[in-house]
Design a protein around this ligand. Sequence first.
Ligand code: DAH
Length: 345
Amino acid sequence: MSQNWEMLKKEFAQRIAEANNLQGIETIRVELLGKKGRIASIMSEMQNIAKEEKKNFGMAVNELKQTTEQLLKVRIAQLKEIEMQKKIAEDTIDITLPAAKLKYGTLHPLTIVQREIEDIFIGMGYAIETGPEVELDYYNFEKANIPADHPARDMQDTFYVDNNRLLRTQTTAIQMRVLEKEHDHLPIKVICPGKVYRKDDDDATHSHQFVQIEGLVVGENITMADLKGTLELLARSMFGKDREIRLRQSYFPFTEPSLEIDVSCHICGGKGCPTCKQTGWIEILGAGMVHPHVLEMAGIDSEKYSGFALGVGVERVAMLKYGIDDIRNFYSNNIEFLDNYKRFE
Ligand code: DAH
């Protein structure tokens, strides 16, 4: 049986050229070159070929096969390229499209105020000290001149852990630890920030947990004038350079004399408004000269050395500064509330 090789070549070439995707060309490859394909079937005719023709027939089939393989290879490469280009075109990213906004966190308003106060004191050369929240009665009360049965214990309703341990009610406990630890390394100049706890019912102005910052300076010739200058600088840095301060006599067991400090109202400038309850003044912190007995208990010679201390409530300052009227806002994790403080960071 003779074959028209040229016609076969032409037909195969045409079939291959017509395939227009990779799936189509695979079907054609199987049809032409597969085990049961056209070329295999032509080859199987070899047995019917006269002996002297076999060689030529074999050569011709081989050539047909090779040509077909070559054409397939080229066409497959072409189709792969076409599909790749198509994919690239489809996958193009539109870089002019506005990106989805990232939600990023912010510092908590209490953190912002705490850091602000810390920065003011660090600027005056103070170091920062911390202490345990589960504290010994000894540091929270005894060393602060508040022995058992002292009526001042009633001022701070306490969460007791056991007879000796409690959740500290004041950062004054850290002050007492610092005095004890540093009594041989005077002068002392530290602030002590930290959480404190009181057995209070939560309402708009009370929280069973809040943040205080204690200040302590001990050395030779430390006087009330130093305290006053420090408080003035603190008040003006926090509430504006025109603020005045006013010292009022008060009582704390660990200071003598004890003071309550008012700052002229930053809302009305002192004329009187709802924030300052028409008085022109706002109470911001407690302070005083460290009680000589407290110094002596820590092993410091109260004839030679003196000191001042202060305690400021961070929530209170933040509420005044930002005009927040309910302390519970700080602990409610309300994102809308917290987002207001982004610009203060
Ligand atoms: N510990 C006091 C309180 O929690 C605040 C305080 C007042 C601290 C006067 C002081 C101070 O260091 O001198 O109410």
